[in-house]
Design a binder for this molecule. Sequence first.
Ligand code: GSH
Length: 223
Amino acid sequence: MKLYYHPASTTSRPVMLYLGETGTEIEMEVVDLFTGANYGAPYTAINPNQLVPVLDDGDFRLTESSAILKYLAEKSGSSLYPTGLQARARVNERMDWLNTQMRRELNFSLVYPQVFSFHKFDSAEGQAEKLRRGREQTLRYMGVLNNHIIGPKPYLCGDHLTIADLFGGSIVAMAELFGSDLRKYPNVQGWLGRLKELQSWKPTFATIEGYAASVRNPDLVVL
Ligand SMILES: N[C@@H](CCC(=O)N[C@@H](CS)C(=O)NCC(=O)O)C(=O)O
């Protein structure tokens, strides 16, 4: 198997975490998003969306980080993706929520327009409005995550780590990385703290931590 990825990519890191935590060794190829390699003809032929990650398993090609995690876990029978009907439905529910609600607001509406030049809005008014709304919605979803999804449990789906935690950890960690103080969300902070203890967390996050340190500044709109 082969993974096309970039370590600064929020959607590549969950797959990197999965591979690290399960000791799964596959071929890894960096697609350099910072030089636009994903827009070149060779990579566009691999993924017409021009996005990472992509998994190749023989002649089977898979895009979408959430689907890749489920495929890898199901293929190897990993306990990170429980098989019981309702337990699995819960993992899928969390991943869909993270992918469509939290990622849209926290990553695309609040963080990315401030720290990735190609996500910035042309007009100052447009940018300000995007950030205002993104912040408002992210605060709402952080409350849902803190009070209802995590609550007193150690992980998103209960007592055990699942692929939903690997997926969500990468998305939610973007808040802290770019200057948000999550102390007002103690359950979220505690959950992230447990994920940071995973042996593959530090190496997986080294690139984005370096990038965040280089662009973080007091003017960023944060939570
Ligand atoms: N829904 C896709 C989204 C993938 C995605 O947004 N990838 C970003 C990195 S996090 C990317 O490749 N961006 C390159 C670009 O926009 O130029 C997934 O979950 O895999």
